[in-house]
Design a binder for this molecule. Structure first.
Ligand code: HEM
Length: 352
């Protein structure tokens, strides 16, 4: 079959199978193109009726094989990658997205919740050794609390909807069924697209505002060696390693959040605005992988962060509600910071 006919047939199958997001392509058509197109379709249908075997599953249609082998032709597309009709990368990369990438993402959420819930049950919370003092110290200004929640709430929605989109069919398909997966995707997609905008804006603001608290210090290594004093057994029990405004664990969280947050925002922009960015075929696959791997890291860390802030560290949660923490919490968990603000007189107590 001539390349022109093959392209026409390809175009028709693309239009008929419009569910696939493949860039529209049309042949550089001669005047009798419509007639040729109809003939090509009829010929294809006749071949099907006559029982001629179409390409076997997993095999490329001869037209696409020819394109893959470098057969040239023309299209009327003006997009930057119009001469790259099909992806030539390793197909196992696409399969891996439906395989381990989706599964690890689901594990990063559900697996981490199970592991951390068990850990808290066995270990118990990190209690305030001297109890509440009843005196509150300012830790976060109102603007940071606002930034935190304008980033955190979209982030949680992005995690849930992102998991539904990437892993919905592959991980939950067997018990949701095709209709359930379709309904889930229809709900998840607009939420994911719209929540990406506030997340991207406020995450970048948070990165810029909080970086100053998160540069490494000499005592951070010691903090890791005793797991921050959060373990209530063995040689770790009752340890209170030195810590500045952010402890070493928070610093690890902050830098992971910054590095993978920027990666997820960058790859998300490529996928959300393909018309403007015009990624190449390989770049769009790379964006999917960068997005998925970053989502795995951020999801796992977010679960740990939420557990730490709500159930593990007694007295820590009010920091992101009122902005104040109990003075004993400040002394026990962030002694270097507490000593500094006490010494330079910048400590602010809550008026009673
Ligand atoms: C229910 C959900 C959440 C709760 C209860 C929560 C709670 C908190 C609390 C209490 C702090 C202050 C810690 C301190 O003063 O030492 C904090 C800080 C922080 N949170 Fe969240 N958070 C939540 C969700 C999130 C999410 C989804 C993200 C990520 C997008 C996030 C990112 C951060 C970051 C980056 C910090 C600052 C760490 C630092 O630089 O010291 N939080 N959060």
């Amino acid at each position: 079959m001539k390349l022109l006919d093959m392209l026409q047939r390809g175009l028709l199958s693309l239009v008929l199978g419009a569910a696939l997001a493949v860039p529209a392509l049309a042949s550089d058509t001669p005047p009798d193109a419509d007639a040729q197109l109809v003939q090509a379709v009829m010929a294809a249908q006749a071949a099907e009726v006559a029982g001629e075997a179409p390409a076997a599953p997993g095999e490329l249609d001869p037209m696409w094989s020819a394109v893959k082998d470098g057969e040239v032709g023309t299209t009327n597309s003006h997009s930057r990658f119009h001469n790259n009709l099909i992806n030539t990368y390793d197909p196992t990369l696409i399969q891996a997205r439906a395989g381990w990438l989706s599964q690890v993402l689901a594990l990063a959420l559900f697996g981490m919740i199970v592991i951390f819930a068990l850990f808290v049950l066995v270990n118990g919370a990190a209690k305030l050794e001297k109890g509440y003092s009843g005196v509150d110290v300012l830790r976060w200004p109102k603007v940071d609390i606002l930034v935190h929640w304008l980033m955190a709430i979209p982030c949680i929605l992005l995690i849930l909807t992102g998991l539904s989109l990437m892993a919905g069919r592959f991980v939950f398909g067997s018990f949701l069924g095709p209709d359930g997966v379709a309904a889930l995707a229809a709900i998840a997609k607009p939420i994911h697209d719209y929540m990406a905008i506030p997340f991207a804006i406020f995450a970048v603001i948070a990165m810029l505002r909080w970086m100053k608290h998160n540069f490494p210090a000499a005592y951070d290594l010691k903090w890791f060696m005793v797991v921050g004093g959060y373990l209530n057994f063995g040689p770790f029990k009752g340890k209170h390693p030195d810590s500045g405004f952010s402890n070493a664990g928070e610093k690890l969280w902050f830098w992971s959040f910054t590095i993978f947050g920027l990666a997820i925002i960058g790859s998300g922009i490529v996928m959300l605005f393909p018309e403007q960015v015009e990624p190449s075929r390989n770049a769009s696959l790379l964006a999917i992988y960068i997005h998925g791997i970053s989502a795995i890291v951020l999801t796992g860390f977010t679960v740990v962060h939420i557990f730490m802030a709500t159930v593990l560290s007694e007295g820590g949660f009010p920091a992101m509600v009122s902005g104040y923490v109990d003075e004993n919490w400040a002394k026990q968990h962030h002694n270097v910071w507490y000593d500094e603000i006490k010494a330079d007189g910048s400590i602010q107590y809550k008026e009673r």
